[in-house]
Write a protein that binds this ligand. Structure first.
Ligand code: G6P
Length: 367
């Protein structure tokens, strides 16, 4: 398979820009947009009969799984256990009856994820896997494969595979909700219509690139960055921090905004910018008070929000990135793009090897 960078400077940049298209392909694999329904793709278990779903993965795929937990629990009322695969495989958890396992892996070859899969196999659980590489070991050893149609991902830092993993997880959450009767046909149609807006909105967000590039010049001057978010933006805060540390080598932490008081607030000063991911949702006000706590300690805030959030946040920010209004279910897919762009341009300013960052591997096939 020949892959080149085309007119892009790095594979990572190309892969960020491919997202409207690959997210669209991936969603269309699972959702019937013409009839506003989730498709009847084959499942290795019956969602209606499950009492628990075990999800495990590593790195960015793990953070996709964490978003998936919020979605599946919220929409389908199905309890989800999410683990980092290297923890799952050794922590001797009691496996409950009527449960199933779901693994998420771009490469399908990550050693800890594969070992977790084999552990669940030995426990007799039905196994599904969200993978990007169809011919991979994890795909082969699963009872059902839910492919991400991201195409080959070359940049070591995962971007398009992440948003495609989110797309599959959102579709699975809707499928689970329908099966479990926690959404009716009208709500299903509404969710599917909302998901259909993701590619167009992702395309719009990419137009913020030049603003984000200017901001990245400032960000590249710092040694430490804190990301905050609540709800599905909590995993995104961790993903933003992960992307930044992976490719720019700036020390970054992602925290649930509500945890600010329980530790990271001690670090806040003018040398540690705080990037807050906060669309104007039902808990926006809570995040505003976290921003006030940061501002009161001289912290500099970069706020990623929508127009309403920008209008209603009462704090001074170093910069505000205004993302289009998005339906709740696609918010993590859309907000992933500005954090990827911010990490990308920051690394470009610092001059690191963006596609091949030091010490990292695209696929970690040894423990
Ligand atoms: C490595 C890569 C990450 C990736 C993780 C899991 O750390 O650098 O980008 O998220 O492995 O890889 P997988 O192929 O299982 O998704």
């Amino acid at each position: 398979y020949m892959v080149d960078k085309g007119n892009y400077r790095h594979f990572m940049e190309k892969e960020i820009y491919e997202q409207p298209e690959v997210v669209s392909h991936t969603l269309a694999n699972y959702l019937d947009f013409a009839n506003s329904k989730v498709k009847e793709f084959s499942l290795p278990f019956d969602f209606a009969k499950l009492d628990r779903l075990y999800v495990s993965a590593c790195g960015t795929a793990y953070l996709a799984g964490l978003v998936g937990k919020y979605w599946i629990e919220r929409y389908a009322r199905l309890p989800v256990d999410i683990d980092i695969a290297s923890e799952f495989r050794y922590r001797e958890l009691p496996i409950t009856k009527n449960s199933a396992a779901l693994f998420i892996s771009q490469s399908g070859e990550t050693a800890d994820t594969l070992a977790s899969l084999r552990y669940c196999r030995s426990e007799g659980l039905p196994i599904g896997a969200i993978v990007n590489v169809r011919e991979s070991t994890i795909a082969r050893e699963s009872d059902a494969v839910f492919p991400t149609l991201a195409g080959p991902e070359i940049g070591v830092a995962s971007t398009k595979a992440f948003t495609c993993q989110l797309s599959v997880l959102a579709a699975l959450a809707v499928r689970a909700a329908v099966a479990r009767g926690t959404v009716d046909a009208a709500q299903e149609a509404q969710l599917v219509r909302e998901l259909s807006e993701a590619p167009g909105l992702a395309h719009q967000v990419l137009k913020l690139a030049s603003q984000i590039e200017r901001l990245a010049r400032d960000l590249s001057q710092y040694k430490h960055v804190l990301y905050l978010g609540r709800d599905t933006n909590f995993p995104l805060a961790m993903e933003g921090a992960l992307k930044l540390k992976e490719i720019s080598y700036i020390h970054a932490e992602g925290y649930a905004a509500g945890e600010l008081k329980h530790g990271p607030i001690a670090l806040i000063d003018e040398k540690m910018p705080v990037i807050v991911i906060a669309p104007h949702d039902r808990i926006f006000e809570k995040t505003v008070s976290n921003m006030q706590e940061v501002a009161a300690r001289g912290g500099k805030i970069i706020l990623i929000t929508d127009a309403k959030g920008a209008a209603e946040s009462t704090v001074d920010t170093l910069a505000t990135i205004v993302v289009p209004d998005v339906p709740e279910i696609i918010s993590p897919i859309i907000y992933a793009l500005p954090i990827q762009l911010l990490a990308y341009y920051t690394a470009v300013f610092i001059g690191t090897d963006v596609d091949q960052p030091r010490n990292l591997a695209k696929s970690v096939t040894v423990e």
